[in-house]
Design a protein around this ligand. Structure first.
Ligand code: NAD
Ligand code: UDP
Length: 312
């Protein structure tokens, strides 16, 4: 397949491109580096199966030649990033998604939409099945991201229903692994970097809020299973192992040998209290479930951050 990956220079996009190239697909990567990095794809430059097109998908998405699939991962993703890029986040979720859907339509290509567990907001149903409509504050501090993704899902389904585009929507739950940026502000990054530096770990609020963390290789194998399936989704792809932030801190302290000091900082407004994917659909329809549990995934991730810090 010739696959367009929007957001391909980001954390997940670059791992996805590696996996697609490894199975023989050809890639066109679209990225404007607003939160991604050239370093994530530097190893691919010169690969004849890889084409890089630097640009903003909000402005245009013109790709020459045939396209078999369009995968839309373009969006700021960490709360720190989308808090600082609110309009850009809404634009890429709406106009950018529309431009990419039009590209898929013109080429009779599949369209894959990277949505998020944030569409469930601060969920009142736990764990979250795809049938849950969510509990989102449409004017809250996370709304630029949550509503952009909810709009992306709606737009994707509108192209599917009215224009017969073959679409696939994945709802991604907190994913971690090598190539995250050391300053992205996400909890796994902050805790590992703080622990490696011997600094206190910053627990927001009381630390009893929960998340379910998926190792990047598992997340990407879920994407490919969905891309190759006959499913439209939305389908949750995440690891159901659920941890409080205090538990996560404890594991990272143990694995890094950090002094283990915790400090509490204020909880961001509208911070979801709990999050855990119900992956029944992914198991039934894609034959997918995660293979790497949190401790093992962190053991694979900590050396990446150690090397990053050593390089300054
Ligand atoms: P990331 O910030 O590392 O990657 C996003 C990429 O999109 C970056 O390379 C960025 O430069 C690019 N981009 C953003 N706006 C663009 C635009 N207008 N034009 C072209 N490129 C643009 O984030 P990530 O963690 O790799 O997330 C990838 C996707 O997965 C995002 O859509 C995100 O919402 C979704 N997601 C990620 C997670 C997670 O845990 N990582 C969870 C839920 C959803
Ligand atoms: N968090 C924390 N300390 C940090 C960074 C985040 O306690 O240094 C908390 C944050 O308040 C949230 C959870 O960790 O409850 C996950 O945050 P992250 O930004 O990684 O992802 P999201 O909130 O989007 O799930």
């Amino acid at each position: 397949m010739r696959v367009v990956v929007a957001g391909g220079a980001g954390f997940l996009g670059s791992h996805l491109i590696d996996a697609l190239l490894a199975r023989g697909d050809e890639i066109v990567c679209l990225d404007n580096y607003v939160t991604g990095r050239p370093a994530n794809i530097a190893h691919l430059v010169g690969n004849p199966a890889f084409t890089l097109m630097e640009g903003d998908v909000v402005a245009s998405c013109d790709v020459d030649g045939p396209v078999d699939a369009v995968m839309n991962l373009a969006s700021p993703a960490s709360p720190k990033d989308y808090f600082s890029l609110p309009i850009e986040t809404l634009d890429v979720g709406s106009i950018g998604t529309r431009n990419l859907l039009e590209l898929a339509l013109r080429n009779d290509a599949k369209f894959f939409m990277a949505s998020t567990s944030e569409v469930y907001g601060d969920p009142l149903v736990h764990p979250q099945p795809e049938t849950y409509w969510g509990h989102v504050n449409s004017i809250g501090e996370r709304s630029m991201y949550d509503e952009a993704k909810r709009f992306s899902e709606a737009l994707t389904m509108a192209y599917h229903r009215s224009k017969d585009v073959d679409v696939k929507i994945v709802r991604i739950f907190n994913t971690y692994g090598p190539r995250m940026q050391a300053d992205d502000g996400r909890v796994v990054t902050n805790f590992i970097v703080q622990a490696l530096r011997g600094e206190p770990l910053t627990i927001y609020g009381d630390g009893n809020q929960t998340r379910s963390f998926c190792y990047v290789a598992d997340e990407i194998s879920g994407f490919l299973a969905l891309l190759d399936s006959d499913q439209t989704g939305p389908i949750n792809i995440g690891n159901p192992g659920e941890f409080t932030m205090l538990e996560l801190a404890e594991i990272i302290i143990e694995l890094t040998g950090s002094p283990g000091v915790l400090i509490h900082e204020s909880l961001p407004r509208d911070d979801p209290k709990q999050r855990q994917p119900d992956i029944t659909l992914a198991k039934q329809h894609l034959g997918w479930e995660p293979a790497i549990q949190l401790r093992e995934g962190l053991e694979k991730t900590i050396p990446y951050f150690a090397e990053l810090l050593a390089r300054g």
